[in-house]
Design a protein around this ligand. Structure first.
Ligand code: FES
Ligand SMILES: [Fe+2]
Length: 376
């Protein structure tokens, strides 16, 4: 216990230093099961966590299962059009209700076929006539707070987080021209990642590594040295990657007409805290969804999204395939770095590293993280 208290003190001291003398969080933040349990409680149960996009649930009855901080959930669109996050634990003997994405008019437990409506109300419980009447409220699947922001579905397990539209207002305003609630899923690529979730967040939120890890994919057009972070404006970080020479980037698809010229001269990446990673290009959006399983593993789904109007071009299918391959190739370059870092952090030789000025967005996240971990 003392070790964790010391680690927290070291973490707070690390993020308080000025950027010019900044340190990474101590390696225990990436390797300690106790810190991970703390993160589950204080980070992932208390804050909004992005779990899906409305494009996955176009129709009533569409659903997919997801685990947030160890809580099995079913994200489902009701007959009233509302997207809900229901507990996926059956109210009979706790069987998990969902195995995969799909569509049905009801939610049916595979074990004894108790059947629920799309809003979680119990509709039928076979062969239960011999017992006293079931309590409808106790037998309904409990809902968790669920919000759709810019087309992305978020869940807040403790139900106390401030509405996203308020806390993310400046980001919502910037992203409005992309019409993110109308995006179509062009591709999804899944990776099982043997590292702490923050190793990927750190990697995503700095372009310092472009010249070393992406010498052919990013560095030629988006050099590390030009990247820069915005000052903090809310519970998110923004990193800008200008095109070298301030030239217009060559998009794959025609961007929507209202995308500002500035956004066409490079791209931006965002971390909506704790872990929603977005790369926003003029013509497409890449979203990294993390399902965090343990201190050193998570499942990553890379979503590639674009607006249907941008996709209305003759060679759309070939371009989509190109996009899927390019995104996969870039991430494979990053995997080697992330896995190497995790092994290094697990050795006794990892020190709280000095950071570059190019790692400012990463540090903003760590400052937010520490503030959440010490919040009563
Ligand atoms: S556990 Fe679900 S019906 Fe029995
Ligand atoms: Fe990278």
């Amino acid at each position: 216990m003392q070790r964790i208290a010391d680690l927290m003190k070291e973490g707070e001291a690390a993020v308080r230093r000025p950027l010019g003398d900044a340190r990474l969080l101590p390696s225990g933040f990436y390797t300690s099961p106790e810190i991970f349990e703390d993160e589950r409680e204080k980070i992932f149960r208390r804050n909004w966590v992005s779990v899906g996009h409305v494009a996955e649930l176009p129709n009533a009855g569409d659903r997919f299962p997801i685990d947030v901080a160890g809580e099995p959930l079913l994200i489902v669109r009701g007959r009233d059009g509302v997207v809900r996050a229901l507990s996926a634990v059956c109210r009979h003997r706790a069987m998990l209700l969902a195995e995969g994405a799909g569509n049905a008019g009801t939610i049916s437990c595979p074990y004894h076929k108790w059947t629920y409506a799309l809003d979680g109300a119990l509709m039928a419980a076979p062969l239960m006539e011999g017992v006293s009447p079931l309590d409808a409220a106790a037998c309904a699947l409990p809902p968790f707070a669920c919000e759709v922001w810019n087309g992305f579905i978020f869940v807040n397990l403790d139900g106390c987080a401030a509405p996203l539209a308020v806390s993310l207002a400046p980001l919502g305003e910037e992203l409005a021209p992309w019409k993110m609630d109308e995006l179509e899923i062009v591709g999804r690529v899944v990776f099982e990642q043997p590292c702490n979730w923050k190793v990927l967040v750190d990697n995503f939120m700095e372009a310092y590594h472009h010249f070393a890890i992406h010498p052919e994919t990013f560095e030629p057009n988006y050099p590390a040295a030009l990247s820069h972070a915005d000052n903090a404006r809310g519970p998110f970080a923004a990193l800008r990657m200008p095109h070298k020479g301030n030239e217009l980037s060559e998009p794959l698809f025609p961007p929507l007409p209202d995308i500002p010229g500035e956004a066409r001269r490079g791209f931006s990446v965002f971390n909506v805290y704790p872990s929603m990673l977005l790369a926003v290009f003029a013509d497409t959006v890449t979203w990294y969804r993390m399902e965090i399983e343990s201190v050193d593993s998570f499942r990553l789904t890379i979503y590639l999204l674009a607006h249907p109007r941008s996709l209305d071009v003759p060679d759309a299918e070939a371009l989509k395939e190109f996009l899927r391959q390019a995104a996969t190739a870039v991430h494979i370059e990053d995997i080697a770095a992330c896995e190497g870092v995790q092994k290094g952090l697990e050795s006794g030789m990892a020190i709280p590293a000095r950071l570059s000025h190019l790692e400012a967005a990463m540090r903003q996240h760590q400052q937010w993280l520490m503030a959440e971990l010490v919040r009563p």
